[in-house]
Design a binder for this molecule. Structure first.
Ligand code: NAD
Length: 355
């Protein structure tokens, strides 16, 4: 069977590192088109992936309109997601979109409504849902192995904000392009992962955020510009059923590459999901029942290989109606966006915010 013809918009870090390799590895896709406003990047990746010059676009409208494109994969900075998804919806084409889905919950609500009305297949790229340890943790929690849930604690640390690394004022430091800083970048993954594993929705939040490095060099000019987003964001949430969930999110975690730790405590057991404590590995420790509980002992468990997931294969499966139901959809993007907006409101106005 011929693969679904897919075009990718935005050929930066995540497209080059994850999406494009994932698409060419997937037998259900045929990569037919690329788009980026950066001509040099477009031609470099066009050559690498053997895309002819007529299918290399600098305007995303042309890629989405092409009859050689049946599905659209959106990997641009956050401020462009909404208009690009809208264009895919108007063309009645399935779309995958990077996180955070939009700049605010209002935009995400519009996308949910139109996606439903037009019955368009879709996926939001909450990539950590594809980690086997996260999927197995979800299975354990939702099959009741931990009993009644009490606490969720989640850390997500990276280190590239550290001033000694001299990261310039890329779009991630500019609110008009990103929506928020560490919160929207890392915190939205954390919000989605805790929700995915626990199966609970957020009901209220309060947070604190700050910026350590207030000016950075402009990439294109020999002067500095202002950072107007958070470098770190810590927030306390309530989830359904009275679960208390706490999040620690920073770009200033010295020595941390892409470190995540999610701890869940219930009446009959607890688990710890870890990413990148040992570089590149996702791992799971549990303490369930007795005697482990009385011994205060957590043991590392092997994760069954059947729990492995693959992001781009999942998008193809959604389009082909073979989905395992675990990838995030636009409704999950909205849930995360509502929580993000509430965290921003809470730290800007120093209060609890209901969701
Ligand atoms: N799921 C994940 O784990 C993960 C990881 C990294 C980034 N992301 C998300 O992916 C998106 C892109 O991040 P990135 O790190 O690849 O950024 P990046 O800056 O490396 O790449 C963005 C690319 O988009 C291009 N672009 C910008 N405006 C465009 C337009 N109007 N039309 C076409 N191309 C355009 C830029 O030229 C650039 O090549 C962001 O939303 C980010 O939050 C997700």
């Amino acid at each position: 069977m011929p693969g679904i013809k897919i075009g990718v918009i935005g050929l930066g870090g995540i497209a080059g590192g994850v999406h494009l390799p994932g698409i060419v590895k997937c037998k259900d896709f045929e990569l037919t088109a690329l788009c980026d406003i950066d001509r040099e990047k477009l031609d470099r990746l066009g050559d690498l992936y053997k895309i002819g010059s007529s299918m290399r676009f600098t305007d995303y409208h042309d890629l989405i309109a092409s009859n050689q494109v049946e599905a659209v994969d959106i990997c641009t900075p956050n401020d462009r997601h909404f208009e690009m998804v809208m264009e895919a919806l108007n063309a009645r084409k399935p779309y995958a979109v990077e996180k955070p889905v939009t700049m605010n919950a209002g935009e995400a609500e519009t996308l949910v409504r139109l996606t439903k009305e037009r019955a368009i297949k879709n996926m939001v790229c909450f990539s950590y849902r594809f980690k086997a340890a996260a999927r197995y943790a979800r299975h354990l929690v939702q099959s009741g192995a931990l009993g009644e849930l009490y606490h969720v604690y989640m850390q997500y640390f990276q280190s590239w904000g550290n001033p000694d690394l001299a990261t310039p004022l890329v779009w991630r430091f500019v609110k008009a392009r990103s929506g928020s800083g560490a919160l929207g970048d890392l915190g939205c993954h954390a919000l989605d992962l805790a929700r995915f594993v626990s199966g609970r929705e957020y009901t209220r939040v309060t947070g604190d955020a700050g910026t350590f490095v207030k000016e950075r060099s402009l990439p294109e000019a020999p002067r500095k510009g202002t950072v107007d987003v958070d470098d770190y964001c810590h927030y306390l949430t309530r989830m359904e059923g009275g679960v208390s969930a706490v999040f620690e999110i920073t770009r200033f975690g010295f020595g941390r590459g892409n470190f995540q730790r999610l701890e869940i405590y219930g009446r009959k057991g607890a688990l710890v999901y870890k990413l990148d404590e040992n570089p590149g590995l996702d791992e799971l420790e549990i303490c369930v029942g007795q005697p482990l509980g009385q011994l205060n002992t957590f043991v590392k468990i092997p994760v069954p290989p059947s729990y492995r997931g693959d992001q781009m294969q999942s998008f193809a499966d959604i389009i082909n109606e073979k989905s395992d139901g675990l990838a995030a959809l636009i409704e999950d993007g909205l849930a995360s966006q509502r929580a993000l907006d509430a965290v921003v409101d809470s730290f800007e106005n120093e209060r609890w915010v209901k969701i």
